[in-house]
Design a binder for this molecule. Sequence first.
Ligand SMILES: Nc1ncnc2c1ncn2[C@@H]1O[C@H](COP(=O)(O)OP(=O)(O)OP(=O)(O)O)[C@@H](O)[C@H]1O
Length: 711
Amino acid sequence: MTEYEQAVLPLGDPLAATETADRGPGGQPGDPLQNGSRSPLESTGALLAQLDQWVELGWLRALDRALAGFLLELEPDSDPALLLAAALVSHQLGHGHICMDLAATLAAPDLALSLPPEGQQAAPAALLPSQLLAGLAATDWLARLAASPLVDSCAAAPESPLVLVGQRLYLRRYWRYEHEVMAALHERVSRPPTPVNGLFEGLAELFADTGQGEDQGGAGDDQPDWQRLACALAARGAFSIITGGPGTGKTTAVVRLLALLQSSAVAAGQPLRIRLAAPTGKAATRLTESIGRQVGDLAVPETVRQHIPATVSTLHRLLGSRMDSRHFRHHAGNPLPLDVLVVDEASMIDLEMMACLLAALPRAARLILLGDKDQLSSVEAGAVLGDLCRDAEAGHYTDDTVAWLESVSGQSLAAAGLRPGVPGQHALAQQTVMLRRSHRFGANSGIGELARAVNRCDVARAASLLGAGEFADIAWRRMNSASDPAFAALVVGRDNTPGYGLYLRQLQALRPAAAAPGDLAWEAWARTVLATFDQFQLLCAVRRGDWGVEAVNVRVAALLQGEGLLPAAQGWYEGRPVMVTRNNYSLGLMNGDVGITLQVPLVARSGISQAQLRVAFPRNDGRGGIRFVLPSQLTDAETVFAMTVHKSQGSEFSHAALVLPERRSPVLTKELVYTGITRASRQFTLVTTRAEVFEQAVATPVRRISGLLPR
Ligand SMILES: Nc1ncnc2c1ncn2[C@@H]1O[C@H](COP(=O)(O)OP(=O)(O)OP(=O)(O)O)[C@@H](O)[C@H]1O
């Protein structure tokens, strides 16, 4: 690994990169072009000075500037246009883009940096990328890059740190990940389909109870049973994707698929080794619960049921994380011991993880990805599921696929409104199914209606749904200021909402009175308090500012303390909810795990029982156990009355309240709003100070740049 590659880890939260702009100007150095000095595109000294200025302003990360410096050390004659491109590519990674498209950058150069968002204080007098790049044509930039020994533009310099593919510039490591993912998927989807004995009968039996259901997502009544089709396609291939919004039955379909596959394997005397995984501990716990329920309801013999796993591991644990290393115990040389792998919440898988997962998968094993393609992408670079599901909505099934699906499912696809597929051009689409009917959010659900409107970028419909009061399960609370009493009412839990008052009152009321230290009653109490805490969650779009995670956490703690619900609002105190921010393998805690600080009695060395603070975390083993951890052991944890929408992925709350900042920001996209809304299972509240911030977000779909286009 190169020095720079070591420096680039961890890449960090794209929010942090963008939000640096929230901090405003950090100085106003002069414009190098105005000063009569040489253009930064002609002099490496001037270019580095320009990058330094952008770092000072918070427009560029120090890491991005470090890459330019590192490349200059490697190649002292480097062209400044190359150093600029390298710093911008590095910066794009911080925004989740795998590479930088040179033509797109020249078309909108100022988007290449974390510039102060529109509507914020005036930008300082500094040279903008648009001014710097004004005279540079894409062909010239490409030629200057291609001429550098640091750039591999035709696989002739396999060690060069940058790779140019067409007009996309990559850091080599990310180009390699993308290349590996594309190659592995291409190989899997190009294999001839596996014949599955008794598929027609198996599907008919497993889906005997599922009718068409009511039309809940704009899909007509003559729609086929998409779950049955998903099951069929996944049964025949080495790779498949089942995508769909919340409650569309992804888990239900996959549990039936596992029953189908395992039934014939058990009958043949060779049960399959099946593993289930999810990107985060929270998602793994949720899937463990729903899989457990569904496996219990399966109409299959006990011998089959017992070979369907009921517990879900995190991807890191499955692959075998190693302390302080990005390498896993399982890789191409030491593949995973399994035959079928199901990964849920696949929208959270970043490109690097996907490359590692595919490398560690035995060739003969099946991989099935489940996820909602419309959710926010991973925090780290890449939008793998979104890219892979590009054709999901339109279907793009070839005539052969349609004929095969109709024959094994006994259903017609004629009225499904799909677009035709071209053999060889839509290879991945042949193994992808989009579930279109929500069984959780029906036609009477405001949450479902709102999520669908936001997903379509239908600003007017979304605003009218929230404003009209037509649905009791969605509400819009407009705040006048950070100290608006309506916000206090929401978080404390007045006006018939649980807020955070509910779990805190429960914590006091249900505390075991007569239980001794170590008594299971303490665990039961902790479990109840944790479950009640999950009933309400504030989700913020940004970290900084009056309505960012940091300030909201401080404000909520103070409000709860003011109500007498918390003993303190700082440091460690009983009732403090915390989120782990980094995997801790020795404690068995994963990034994203949420615990609550409780006073529990412990027997001290003296033999006297004392109440001490411990943080209670649910165990991720599906058995509902609790792990009590000393606060001092939690070095990477933060208060979580509010969490970012990014961090909430894979979680579900009875009542989710999405808090938007008072100013527009590039991180406010329709995917962020959609993800926030779909975290709510019963009640959703939008909290804003300015309506146009919500409207602008809904009108802005995100686009991550990558070259992941397997056909
Ligand atoms: N075909 C069906 N007919 C009736 N109910 C169904 C059907 N499929 C799923 N359900 C029910 O809908 C609910 C959601 O199903 P499931 O958990 O499989 O969806 P999901 O897409 O995995 O949800 P999530 O958004 O949590 O990932 C469950 O209660 C399930 O029993």
